[in-house]
Design a protein around this ligand. Structure first.
Ligand code: ZN
Length: 304
């Protein structure tokens, strides 16, 4: 694989598609980048095609394209609906193929969830360098989690949907029904950005430091972190997403996870403590697009 081969990368999100092209994940910032609003599939995907067509005219053919997609999405390469968005509340997007519009570029395409891709990015180039098992959790409009074990991201009949686990209620939060259309008070229904807004009429970033919301939301996310540690034995659990821009939250997540685990797992001895186990995304909001480049690189390597 030549290092000069031009790669495409797409972070397909519910509010925007970040498209980029360049010569590898490590070569930031990528030379070509365009942010496209997520509106109707027709408009958005036509703009994605136009971006890569412009790139090819200017820089030559793409060698591979990696897609880090919002879920739920069919990540099974052998499936007839591979690369299609599954049943989503996002109007007009259910059943839409994210890979079919890329066929015209005649190059290998790789696709994974945005959080699995971000986990891949953080373990290769970010907060998880040197570890084998890492989970990535984004807390924003929704809550999603992905994980990488070795060089492989976790998938099965679908992909992890960590945001929809049940958590134990904080007694100070009994009156709130939760906002998940499927489960009401699942983790996403209680701790996503819109759930914070629905309860306290302001975003996490605007809550005063003494507001109990920090401890409540941190407590719920800490329960997820503890569950991940118990189920996957992840050596790093990386938190990203808009809600995490709140500077107080991470400490509450660590404290809650420590409480939940009750000294059962050897986190201090084997991982170096909860500050190392539970951390912020090193790559910040670039984790998704870097992960998309890594997907493209891995696909090229697999086809070589
Ligand atoms: Zn739910």
């Amino acid at each position: 694989m030549s290092a000069r081969r031009l790669l495409g990368a797409i972070e397909a999100g519910g509010t925007k598609f970040v498209c980029a092209a360049g010569y590898g994940a490590e070569r930031a910032p990528e030379p070509y980048r365009r942010v496209i609003a997520t509106v109707t599939p027709q408009t958005t995907l036509a703009a994605v095609q136009a971006f890569f067509a412009d790139i090819e005219r200017e820089a030559g053919p793409l060698a591979a394209i990696g897609v880090a997609a919002f879920g739920p999405v069919d990540v099974h390469r052998g499936s007839a609906t591979w690369g299609s968005v599954l049943n989503t509340p996002k109007a007009g997007w259910s059943g839409v193929s994210l890979v079919e519009p890329l066929a015209r570029f005649n190059c290998p395409v790789a696709l994974d969830t945005d959080v699995n891709a971000a986990a891949r990015a953080e373990v290769s180039l970010g907060a998880g360098r040197g570890v084998r098992t890492l989970a990535y959790v984004t807390v924003g409009t929704g809550i999603g989690g992905g994980a990488v074990i070795g060089a492989t991201s976790v998938s099965g009949f679908l992909h992890p949907e960590m945001g929809h686990i049940r958590v134990r209620r904080d007694p100070r939060d009994e009156g709130f029904a939760g906002i998940c259309p499927f489960h009401g008070d699942c983790l996403e229904g209680l701790a996503s950005g819109p759930a914070v807004l629905a309860r306290w009429s302001q975003p996490m970033s605007a809550l005063p430091p003494q507001h109990p919301g920090h401890e409540i939301i941190g407590g719920y996310l800490g329960q997820l972190a503890a569950a991940i540690a118990l189920m996957l034995s992840s050596e790093r659990i990386v938190f990203g997403g808009g809600v995490m821009s709140n500077p107080h939250l991470l400490a509450h997540i660590r404290a809650a996870a420590r409480r939940e685990l009750g000294g059962y797992l050897p986190i201090d001895e084997r991982v170096g403590g909860f500050d190392r186990l539970i951390t912020r995304a090193d790559l910040g909001d670039r984790a998704g697009i870097v992960g998309a480049f890594l997907l493209a690189e891995a696909r090229l390597a697999a086809e070589a």
